[in-house]
Design a protein around this ligand. Structure first.
Ligand code: PLP
Length: 351
């Protein structure tokens, strides 16, 4: 079986976890502080605030930014950037995607801005940055806040700048399918001192100081066990990205299907390698037969989900949902794996 994702846990991660277990200091402490420092440095922001997962990272950012108005967000994505809007008492205004990159279309976002809109929530999908030049300009012109969902894009660049360093806040996930993992986990990056302080307080029951509660907060803390893994994973992130990019390059050269388009200003970190096919059922049947893992991200757009049921017209989103298939691109693939994937797909997708 070639899995769609495969976390890499080595000696370093195991030793770091053992050290925490033996110390007895399991909850948020020294390792979390170190991980936050390392992560902020990697992304190039002043602060990083670790959380228990990426979804709660989004909640914390939206809550601390006090977002009450509508938020421009794509529908072609995972649920969290939309469900978290409801958590903080607001609603999404859905934006269509650029059909080439699958990321939020800045042109469509521009058309959807009105006086109800308070923020933009671009999702850097599959490991590729959104057009942050256009999105940042829109935000500046209309005085909108920007919360980046970088949950799938650790290390991705737009014009040589890391995602998570453009908006008011950037949110990341460390779920096991991501480019680095802590089992479950998340982090928020920001340059804003006051926002960082508010997020740290909300993360820990709204305490400004021990047993002084200045707001009604949550428990969104990361453990030292997770952070110890994160510290070691982060040291390997660039190496993991390089391996993913090599696998992607092999597919780009050899697959006879529509392969991912990379925007000129983007450095893609291939959390997913997503192809398009006219006959997805036939392709996935063959992948299954050959024991090749795959994922359909995403089969149904969020605006059409039963719990949301929004009437937006998003033609590029609907088309993408019908044709996309993601195939294994993780760093542990062997040459034999890559060849098997290519051969299986090319045999089905005769030109
Ligand atoms: C785009 C996007 N946003 C948010 C999340 C939520 O992250 P988590 O699973 O850590 O809560 C995910 C991850 O699964 C994601 O892919």
């Amino acid at each position: 079986m070639i899995p769609i994702a495969k976390p890499i846990m080595e000696k370093e991660e195991k030793e770091a976890v053992l050290e925490v277990l033996e110390s007895g200091m399991l909850a948020q402490g020294k390792q979390v502080a170190q991980f936050e420092k390392d992560y902020a440095e990697y992304i190039g922001t002043k602060h990083a605030i670790a959380t228990n997962n990426g979804t709660m990272a989004l909640v914390l950012a939206l809550k601390a930014l006090d977002i009450k108005g509508k938020v421009l967000v794509p529908s072609f994505t995972f649920l969290s950037p939309v469900s978290t809007l409801y958590f903080v008492g607001t609603t999404p205004k859905f934006v269509d995607i650029d059909p080439k990159t699958y990321n939020m279309s800045a042109e469509d976002a521009a058309e959807k801005i009105d006086s109800d809109v308070e923020a933009i929530l671009p999702v850097h999908l599959f490991g590729q940055a959104c057009d942050m030049t256009a999105i940042s300009e829109l935000a500046e012109d209309h005085k909108l806040k920007v919360i980046e969902d970088a949950c799938q894009s650790h290390g991705a660049l737009w014009k040589n700048k890391k995602v998570g360093s453009f908006g008011n806040a950037g949110c990341f996930s460390f779920y096991p399918t991501k480019n680095i993992t802590t089992g479950e986990g998340g982090i928020i990056t920001t340059d804003d001192d006051a926002l960082a302080e508010q997020m740290r307080a909300y993360r820990n029951h709204g305490q400004s100081h021990r047993y002084t509660y200045t707001s009604i907060g949550y428990n969104f803390r990361m453990t030292n066990i997770q952070a110890a893994i994160g510290i070691e994973q982060l040291k390997k992130l660039d190496k993991f990205i390089e391996a993913r990019r090599k696998n992607a390059e092999y597919y780009n050269q050899n697959l006879k299907v529509k392969t991912p388009y990379v925007a000129e200003n983007a450095f893609h970190v291939y959390n997913q390698y997503t192809i398009e096919t006219e006959d997805r059922d036939t392709l996935t049947t063959h992948l299954k037969e050959q024991e090749i893992g795959y994922g359909i991200y995403y089969p149904v757009p969020l605006h059409e989900q039963p719990i949301i049921n929004d009437e937006s017209e998003l033609p590029n989103t609907n088309t993408a949902c019908k044709h996309v298939v993601s195939i294994p691109v993780h760093p542990s693939l062997t040459q034999e794996d890559r060849e098997k994937v290519v051969e299986t797909i090319n045999n089905v997708e005769k030109p």
